[in-house]
Design a protein around this ligand. Structure first.
Ligand code: ATP
Length: 371
């Protein structure tokens, strides 16, 4: 087990900055997930930690050891790659034993560790097979097994589930979370899949364009995003965003949403500082999540709402919910999650109800959250 620290870490490929001044402290035993769109620098961050890329600036520590100049084999880490990278001419047993043989571990100990990892992963019966005789899910387990036998201080995983079908991925997700609990070791995991990130991570580091946007627990990322990018990236369907104007109603500051005036004092009190509206003259973006927009017949009690007239463009019946795509003349398109019992039709115009206690407000230019 070990903590991992990135201190002002930058990686440039020629003049392209792939990772920009990354500061991140990962606790001993934590499951930390890097997530972000393709090209955001998450794999590069992992490869810098593994020693597979050199650091341009800053330092990385594993425990209290600065590892910048240590070769991968001396960093006490084990990595599971997206491709699994199994040796095709070796059996499962040989694949799992190989790195231990290189380290000069004695045969009795190798045998013990391989058998124990195979039992933990349920692949004891496959030890004599070659990788080509395995299913995708079995190969993925062998790749994990090969990491386990090394008993590393830190496990690094780069999209290890992306070659599996949807059902197997859900199962493998649970297995990796269980493995983390059993081994009680630091796991650092890279994915572009926000569901994987949300279900597996103790904390999630969201990256964009080489810059860490926010690192937080899944619940905090969802409920308290720092900026427009995080708010839009975490959650599916994504949060709806609208440009809004500030105005006043009988002297009271309000946001104008179609025909509605939303009292800032009442519903977005965080926005009032020292009796005045902060960011008074800034352009604003309002955010609301699809589940905070209700069909009028299925509004739970005691939720303060404003009604917004909208026309239904498309409906997706998911069984447990309806995903409904709507348009208004003023706000444009948005998406809502309705109770599946709601009776709705394509082309219908209705008043949908927005929970005004669940609104987010962002500075449109700075892209940061205000309230
Ligand atoms: P993906 O999910 O697509 O793997 P990622 O977030 O893991 O994306 P990285 O692989 O870290 O992204 O790449 C970050 C950026 O750095 C990308 O724009 C990529 O093209 C660039 N990059 C990565 N490796 C190199 C390299 N060896 N030489 C030049 N540019 C590179």
């Amino acid at each position: 087990m070990a903590s991992v620290t990135f201190e002002q870490v930058t990686k440039r490929f020629d003049d392209f900055v792939a990772v920009n001044n990354l500061n991140l402290a990962i606790e001993d035993g934590e499951f930390l997930v890097f997530v972000g769109p393709s090209g955001c620098g998450k794999t590069t961050s992992l490869r810098l930690l593994a020693g597979l890329e050199s650091i341009t600036d800053g330092q990385i520590c594993i425990g209290d050891r600065r590892v910048n100049h240590l070769s991968p084999k001396d960093r006490d880490i084990a990595m599971v790659f997206q491709s699994y990278a199994l040796y095709p001419h070796m059996s499962v047993y040989e694949n799992m034993a190989f790195s231990l043989q290189l380290q000069g571990v004695n045969q009795t100990e190798i045998n013990k560790r391989v058998q124990s990892a195979a039992a933990q992963l349920g692949i004891e019966r496959l030890l004599q097979r070659k990788p080509k005789e395995l299913s995708g899910g079995q190969r993925q387990r062998v790749a994990v097994g090969r990491a386990i036998v090394r008993k590393p201080a830190v496990f690094l995983m780069d999209e290890p589930l992306s070659n599996l079908d949807a059902k197997l991925r859900v199962q493998a997700r649970k297995e990796i979370s269980k493995l983390h609990q059993d081994l009680n070791t630091t796991f650092i995991y890279v994915t572009h899949d926000q569901v994987e990130a949300m279900t597996m991570g103790d904390r999630i580091a969201v990256m964009k364009d080489g810059i860490l946007q926010q690192v937080d627990s899944p619940g905090n990322l969802y409920n308290n995003p720092n900026n427009l990018f995080v708010a839009g990236f975490i959650g599916s369907p994504a949060m709806n965003f609208f440009d809004v104007e500030q105005t006043t109603n009988e002297g009271e500051p309000c946001l104008k949403l179609g025909e509605n005036l939303i009292s800032i004092q009442k519903y977005l009190p965080q926005f009032i500082v020292d009796g005045g509206v902060t960011f008074k003259d800034r352009p604003l973006t309002l955010g609301i999540r699809p589940e905070d927009i209700y069909h009028p017949q299925y509004l739970p009690p005691d939720i303060p709402t404003v009604a917004v007239q909208a026309t239904i463009n498309m409906i997706e019946m998911m069984g447990n919910e309806l995903i409904v795509y709507l348009t208004t003349a003023e706000q444009g398109e948005f998406v809502a999650r309705f109770d599946p019992r709601a009776t709705v039709k394509q082309g219908e115009t209705l008043d949908v109800l927005w929970n005004v206690q669940r609104l987010y407000l962002f500075d449109r230019e700075m892209e940061t959250v205000i309230a």
